[in-house]
Design a protein around this ligand. Structure first.
Ligand code: NAD
Ligand code: GLY
Length: 365
């Protein structure tokens, strides 16, 4: 067995809302992971029925010396439960134990648990601290970082939420060992994303190291998580509330969200929809002159090699257009896409309907 990868730290610089992301093996049970976190009386570990049995006890055992009471709440598992009813279970658990402002929430799970727990923390008593303990690759490289919290609405994904930053993010790479392969691939979509939008050298690295990443090599995973978090930290540090730059992190998401909500949440994984959506957004970028056919081919091959779909479901052109209008980037009904204006540089802009229709025709199977 190789030696554990050394613990790495990435800082999110947001003034008084700054925090650290720790990346390494064995973090869950390492007391240092928790140094400096709020001295709360009670802690609620929010997890789900799949992750709780695997990791909640290790986290609980570490937290009992820090808090007078530590409880675990297991939510139902899956994107289709990212809704009001499930969110309410967190409030029920907090109010049922008469938790006061001196409580802290731990989000132990993937992006669904993280987004819901963060939103609950933002709302409970108008804001209590929370810590992200992401256990999927997707959550470690993206969703646990940057303070976007939300639930879905039947009419649109992540439409109800808040910007609310965690106190810390603990990316324990050991938890990725139990992640199903399909979920690992979904996470790779969000890793690949950082290449076209910001760092083509990172895209080169991902291409060369894809077998190691898919084989869950800890050193490769550590680098992928660190570099992704560095890029996300840079973007969020400049534009926390997405008044401009932060939108680039949504490359592939306009098409992707339409796929997810059009098929019904949970049919395709978020990362799968983003993977296919990136290929579609690259095709649109090519039609607008930002990239050439070789770039689109290269991205398509990488997305496919990562185990992600590159053909979109045939929802119908008009349905795609309707779904994409219900997107937080839309303005006055005009769809705005994140497009590549040159390899490694993204921009948000509208696109002519005719070109979008061409891309849909080319991409849907
Ligand atoms: P997820 O939270 O549904 O987790 C995927 C599956 O893996 C679930 O079944 C989960 O129970 C299971 N799982 C989690 N960790 C595991 C582990 N270590 N071992 C075994 N099984 C494990 O999905 P996700 O891909 O992590 O997150 C997707 C969500 O994140 C979407 O709702 C998306 O909208 C959101 N998201 C948010 C942001 C943000 O900035 N807030 C960014 C990207 C995505
Ligand atoms: N995942 C997109 C963002 O955090 O802005």
């Amino acid at each position: 067995m190789s030696a554990p990868a050394p613990i790495q730290r990435v800082e999110i610089e947001l003034g008084e809302r700054s925090y650290s992301i720790l990346i390494g093996q064995g973090l869950l049970s390492d007391p240092q992971s928790y140094d400096g976190l709020p001295a709360a009386t009670s802690a609620l570990i929010v997890t789900n029925t799949a992750v709780g049995p695997l990791y909640a006890e290790a986290l609980r055992a570490r937290l009992v010396s820090r808090h007078a009471s530590v409880n675990v709440l297991e939510l139902p598992d899956g994107e289709r439960h990212k809704d009001w009813a499930t969110l309410n279970l967190i409030f029920d658990a907090l109010l049922g134990r008469a938790s006061d402002r001196k409580c802290v929430l731990y989000a132990l799970g993937g992006g669904v648990v993280g987004d819901m727990t963060g939103f609950a923390a933002a709302c409970y008593m108008r804001g209590v601290p929370f810590v992200q303990v992401p256990t999927t690759l997707l959550a470690q490289v993206d969703s646990s970082v940057g303070g976007k919290t939300a639930i879905n609405h039947p009419l649109g994904k992540n439409m109800i939420g808040a910007f609310y930053q965690p106190q810390r993010v603990l990316c324990d790479l050991d938890t990725l060992r139990t992640l199903p392969p399909r979920e690992l691939s979904a996470g790779l979509a969000e890793v690949i994303k950082y290449g076209p939008i910001h760092d083509m050298a990172f895209l080169d690295w991902i291409e060369s190291n894809l077998p190691a990443l898919m084989g869950r090599d800890p050193a490769a995973l550590a680098y992928a998580v660190r570099r992704s978090c560095e890029i996300k930290a840079m973007v969020v540090g400049q534009d926390e509330r997405e008044s401009g730059l932060r939108a680039i992190l949504n490359f592939g998401h306009t098409f992707g969200h339409a796929i997810e909500s059009g098929l019904g949440y949970g049919e395709w994984l978020h990362g799968e929809a983003v993977g296919c959506g990136m290929v579609m957004a690259a095709r649109l970028s090519q039609r607008l002159g930002g990239v050439d056919a070789a770039f689109v081919d290269r991205l398509t091959r990488l997305v496919e090699a990562a185990g992600l779909p590159v053909s979109a479901p045939a929802l119908g052109t008009q349905r795609y257009l309707d779904l994409m209008r219900v997107d937080k980037k839309s303005e006055a009904g005009e769809i705005r896409f994140v497009l590549i204006e040159a390899p490694g540089r993204a921009v948000m802009r509208p696109a002519p309907d005719a070109l979008v229709r061409e891309v849909l025709a080319e991409s849907c199977s």
